[in-house]
Structure formats: C-alpha cells, structure tokens
Design a protein around this ligand. Structure first.
Ligand code: FAD
Length: 473
C-alpha cells in the first residue's frame, strides 16, 4: 500500500545511522538544521555496522580471546592459572551489554539534538525527493532541502557458499556465535577474516584460513605482515594461500589449491571476502548518478555528488573504516549548511587488530618513491624496548618514513602490542607536519611503547640511543 502520495517537506535527511550517518545527523543538528535520520532498522539501526555487528563486537571478542591466550601463557611468568573453558553464551551477554550501552548513548545524543529517527528504506526519486519503504510495505514520500547518503556496505557472498546463518556465516553471524565451533574455516585473510580467525583460534577452535591471493592482508606491506604470519603458526592456524573455497557439503569444504582439490572438514565456514557498498537500491539512476563497477561513489572534496546531495562512509572511495566515515560526516553536514570545507586528511590510519597488531598511516617507502619523494626509512625494533620486554613481546617494530627535504614525518608503520593506540601519535605528527626533530624532542614516558617514536626519530637524525646507526636506510 502507498500512503502519503503528497511528499512531506523536510530540511536535512540523513540516510543510514552508522558512524557516518549518526555523526552527520548530530553535526547537522548542531548547525541548526532540522534533521531526519532514516535507517532501515529505525532506532534499532543506530550505530550501523560498526557499533552493532562490526568494530565493537569484534574488538570485544578479540579482548576476550587475548585474555584467554594470556592465561594459557601464564606459566611463563610464574603464574599458576588454567583456562577452564569458554562460555560463549556469557560472552554474548556481555557483548550485548557493551553494544547496547553504546547504541543507547548515541540514541540519547540524537534525541537531545532533536534528530527525528524514521524507520524504512529510502530510495531517491528526484534530486530533492525520495520514497521511504517501511517494513509493513507502506511508502512515504519526502521532499528535502539536502540529503546525506551514508548507507554503508554489506558482506559479499560467494556463489557456491550462500550465507545460511547456521553453517555458512558472514562476519555478523561469526560474532554472534552461541557456541565455540571445534573446527572452523575462514575464507578471506583480509583484516576481518584475520581478526575473527585469530580470536577463535585463541579461544580454542581449530582454524583453517583460506586466501585466494599469495598472502594474508594482501594490501599491506609484506614487512608488516611477517610477524603476523609467524604468530599464525604459533597459534596452530592452518593457512592455505592461492586457494579458493568453492562449495560445502556434508561437513566438508571443497578447496581448490595450486596442488589440486582438497576437502577441509569443518563445523562452520566464515566467509569474509570483502564488502559491497549499498548503492544499488538507492535510486541513484533517478538522479543521473552511477557508482563504479564496485558500487563505489566518486564524490567532490566536500563530499558532494550534486548541489544538495552528499555521500560519505563505505559507499565512497577510500578505506571502508568507521573513523573515515565519521570524519567525512562532519564535512558533508558542514558543506550542506553553507560552510567552506573539504575532506583532505594528511593520513587516514588503518589498524588490523590481529596478533601482533598492525597499524599504518601515511606513505610507505615504496609509495614515497612512487611520488618522487626522497625519503629515509628508520625502524626501531621492538626487541630493544624495555616496556615490550615486560609484556613478553619481542616481534615487531615501529617505522618512520621521513622526507629528506625537510625531515617531515610522512609515514608511520607499527607492528606490535597496542599498535592501534600508538598510531595516534604518528597520525598527529603527519597531520601537523612534524619533523623528526619535533618527535625526538617530544619527551616520551618511560617505560612505554611510545618511546619507540623517540628512538626511531633519534635514529633518523643520526643520533640513535638504544640502537646502532646500521638500522638506518
Ligand atoms: P554502516 O555502518 O554500514 O551503516 C549504514 C546504515 O545504513 C545501516 O544501519 C543500514 O541498515 C542503513 N541502510 C542501508 N541502506 C539503507 C537505505 N536504503 N535506507 C535506509 N537505511 C539504509 N572499521 C573501523 O574503523 N575499525 C574497526 O575495527 C572495524 N572493524 C570491523 C569489523 C567488522 C566485522 C566489520 C564488518 C566492519 C568493521 N569496520 C571497522 C568497518 C566499519 O564497520 C565500517 O567502515 C563503518 O560501519 C561504515 O560506516 P557507514 O556509516 O558508512 O555505514
């Protein structure tokens, strides 16, 4: 049934309540706009993929898995502790409390800001009109002044392995497991597959990782990946590279490897082979806009697709990460509210919460060379860090890439414990145009992992403290 054929008039519509959409709604409201936030799941959808089934649930699982791994290693430190097992049902209860607390908090902020939340799937019909289809098959028409599209992405399904929520799982199902599988195959060794696979292995599952390309984290520099490969072996994770899973029947996953076909017997299969932007059902054709073949939208610096239409988050080019979506959200809301603004970060950090953690920001040595920048690379090995020794962490490093023309830090790459937190200083250094001397003169607390910044920058200046000049390139 179609109701409300006459469109009701609104000011700023935001589509999608993920970290892109809800931040855009809040910033729009701060700027005095009357904001309507439309999400397929209404108020329940607040937080989007990140808070509800992505960033937060996965980090909750990783935290528990790391704790289990530390208990298993406790005897090394003279601690008599034994892991008695894993109660996944209790983990899910705790995880729901974490997610519920965060999403409730965001809902409260939206309420206080006067943002109206509407449930339904929005589809554009004209450059200033859309239809919202609700779950009870009703349709409501809206006429808006401006719109911000933040509809995010969904997991890609493999033709021979359709998701069934029971045995063939997407990442959301995998983070919702009520029981720990004895055996599990994870297809795709990108960051999502790797994070979930390592966590399940630490909790006690026998994990087989299957990757079509020649190595794990295929888009990352191999030097960053090597310590993670070594840790996969320690955790007993079986890695099949240049291999493709094709189908699943009677508990066996058919895998094509370079050496021929193989059957891997597993209880569950997690497919994490990438995500596709939700741009296909948005009615973009009605306003003459086409995404590229991957579904990605190309936007202007202020995130505009058209004078009154912006797009942000996973549906736009660049890394599909929550912090990128939120940063774009502020730009889009401001641009549509008459401010001169642009999304031009000097660096967008990317973190893989695997073991050890990997974090990168800015240029690699190869990228600097490709941009004809004469850069030096300085690497401080974690083995020389006092704090790392007390954490029993020996594998990893912090690497700075600096432009020789002015010593400015243009890249930071970290492998090791808490790389996800440490990268923040590097991002700030890049964003502020800090030089190696600025970093070297910044006093870092002892004993902390952050001292690696001081050590690496001293090395770059030719005055190394806890290492020899040989480590400089
Ligand atoms: P989303 O969060 O995807 O939200 C889009 C919203 O739009 C959804 O609520 C959807 O229901 C709604 N919607 C879609 N179409 C319509 C429509 N037509 N009408 C109305 N509503 C619609 N990123 C990080 O930065 N760090 C991490 O550690 C991290 N971990 C992750 C772990 C996992 C397992 C996954 C899957 C993702 C992870 N990500 C992480 C990625 C992060 O979740 C996304 O980059 C982020 O959620 C994108 O935000 P968004 O606002 O673009 O869209």
């Amino acid at each position: 049934m179609v109701v409300g054929q006459v469109a009701y008039a609104t000011d700023l519509v935001v589509v999608g309540a993920g970290p892109g959409g809800y931040v855009a709604a809040l910033r729009g409201a701060q700027l005095g706009r009357k904001v309507t936030l439309v999400d397929r799941d209404g108020a329940e959808g607040v937080g989007g993929v990140c808070l509800r089934v992505g960033c937060i649930p996965s980090k909750a699982l990783i935290e528990v898995a790391d704790l289990a791994a530390r208990v298993n290693d406790a005897s090394t430190f003279g601690l008599k502790a034994k892991l008695g097992g894993v109660d996944m049902a209790q983990f899910q209860t705790w995880k729901s409390t974490v997610v519920g607390g965060l999403t409730d908090g965001v809902r409260k902020l939206l309420g206080q800001a006067g943002v109206e939340i509407t449930a339904g799937e929005l589809r554009l019909t004209k450059p200033d009109e859309a239809v919202i289809h609700t779950s009870d098959e009703q349709a409501k028409f809206v006429k808006f002044k401006d719109i911000i599209l933040a509809t995010g992405s969904r997991p890609i399904e493999l033709a021979g392995l359709p998701f069934d929520g029971k045995t063939i799982l997407d990442s959301s199902d995998a983070l919702d497991l009520g029981d720990l599988p004895n055996t599990v195959a994870v297809i795709g060794a990108g960051y999502i597959g790797l994070e979930i696979g390592i966590a399940l292995a630490k909790l006690g599952s026998k994990v087989t990782l299957i990757e079509a390309l020649s190595g794990i984290l295929p888009t990352m520099d191999r030097r960053l990946v090597r310590p993670v490969e070594a840790r996969l072996k320690e955790l007993g994770i079986e890695l099949h590279t240049e291999s493709r899973a094709t189908s699943f029947a009677n508990g066996a996953l058919a895998v094509e490897t370079a050496k021929g076909g193989q059957a891997v017997t597993v209880d569950k299969v997690i497919v994490a082979v990438g995500r596709r932007p939700n741009t296909d059902d948005l009615g973009l054709d009605m306003i003459g806009i086409s995404p590229d073949e991957s579904g990605v939208l190309k936007v202007a610096a202020d995130r505009r697709l058209a004078p009154h239409i912006t797009a942000i988050g996973d549906i736009t080019a660049g890394p599909a990460l929550a912090h990128k979506a939120s940063a774009e959200a502020v730009v889009a809301a401001e641009a549509l509210s008459g401010k001169q603004t642009a999304f031009q970060p000097a660096a967008i950090p990317a973190v893989v919460f695997c073991d050890p953690e990997v974090a990168t920001a800015g240029l690699s040595a190869e990228q600097a060379a490709a941009e004809a920048i004469d850069a030096q690379t300085v690497t401080f090995q974690l083995a020389a860090s006092g704090r790392a020794a007390t954490l029993n962490a020996h594998h990893g490093f912090l690497q700075l890439i600096a432009d020789r023309a002015n010593d400015a830090v243009i890249g930071v790459h970290i492998v090791g414990p808490h790389a996800s937190e440490l990268i923040a200083e590097g991002v700030l250094a890049i964003e502020l145009g800090a030089s190696l001397e600025d970093v070297a003169l910044t006093i870092h607390t002892h004993p902390t992992l952050s001292e690696q910044y001081g050590e690496a920058s001293h090395l770059g200046l030719g005055q190394p403290i806890h290492m020899s000049l040989v480590s400089r390139r």
